[in-house]
Design a protein around this ligand. Sequence first.
Ligand code: AQP
Length: 343
Amino acid sequence: MFKERVFSGVQPTGNLHLGNYLGAITKFVALQERYDCIYCVVDLHAITVWQDPAELPRATREVTAAFIACGIDPKQNIVFNQSQVAEHAELGWIFNCIARMGWLNRMTQFKEKAGKDRENASVGLYSYPTLMAADILVYRATHVPVGEDQKQHLELSRDVAQKFNNDYAVSIHAHGFGDAFFPLPEPLITGPATRVMSLRDGTKKMSKSDASDYSRINLTDDAEAIAQKIRKAKTDPEPLPSEEKGLLSRPEADNLVGIYAALQGVTKSDVLRDYGGAQFSSFKGALVDLAVAKLGPIGAEMKRLVQDPAFIDSVLAEGAGRAQAIAADTMKAVKDIVGLVRR
Ligand code: AQP
């Protein structure tokens, strides 16, 4: 009933890392063959925590460069930054009126990011998931590739879509949209690296905001930095197991095997078939070679692309124009359904 469409976003908050790459961006690239895809640099999400205005445009262009360097074709897909399409914020407000306080109170990412000083967190950080719902649903997207950490937000997007469809069922029908105006977007969380962990602590997510640069591999790291970080990555003293169940309660081993598998495009079992019984010293050597071979050209291409901000800005402007054409149609319909008088 709904046209199949993919939407996803990445925040321009600095230090794009291997987790963003394996958990999200590689999936974006693969999906462009099958779907109509919209990929967004979500700068309005970024400012839910303080961003230096002198730095934010550079970070926005760097994420765009990463998309292109990883293989996303901005002609075949729509690539743009969120703040250029005002309909995201407009629909976000309407969704603030649909979502319930109780739903948002359960969001673990807000609790983690706000920390102990919740009173001092921005209202934007609290309502982040309703804006995310708007990002997806303003395009009536049906599929959303994300890392495991975004699963709860995706479920909230589905709840928002469902409640909108229920609350306005009569009006949706009266305006000729049938039984449901919004699709219930499906998360696409697949493969061996849906949650890449810190290289310093296998129980913590690899993250842009981790104080230790040794916790993550940045997409712009050179071969030497990648090698150093992998060699210093925390491990345990045992050799690698031969079967996947041997990775249980060995978070660091599990993480490195998962990274290898995802970079190579195979399963963890495949990796253990080749490296079961190996010491970490030799496995890490193979992982360094693989990571440098895969990430080196991406980092180099990103660095080349960011030298040309005018080109990046033209990609974003062109993408924003195409995105807005879709978003504006949705907003017209939403206003009619909700009963807001429009021009
Ligand atoms: N460690 C990860 N493993 C797998 N996927 C990950 N993603 C993020 N970290 C991992 C996925 O990358 C996409 C873009 O993420 P984001 O930019 O929206 O921000 P985030 O999830 O908040 O990422 P960070 O690195 O943890 O940023 P900070 O430190 O600023 O909070 C999403 O699909 C996400 O799932």
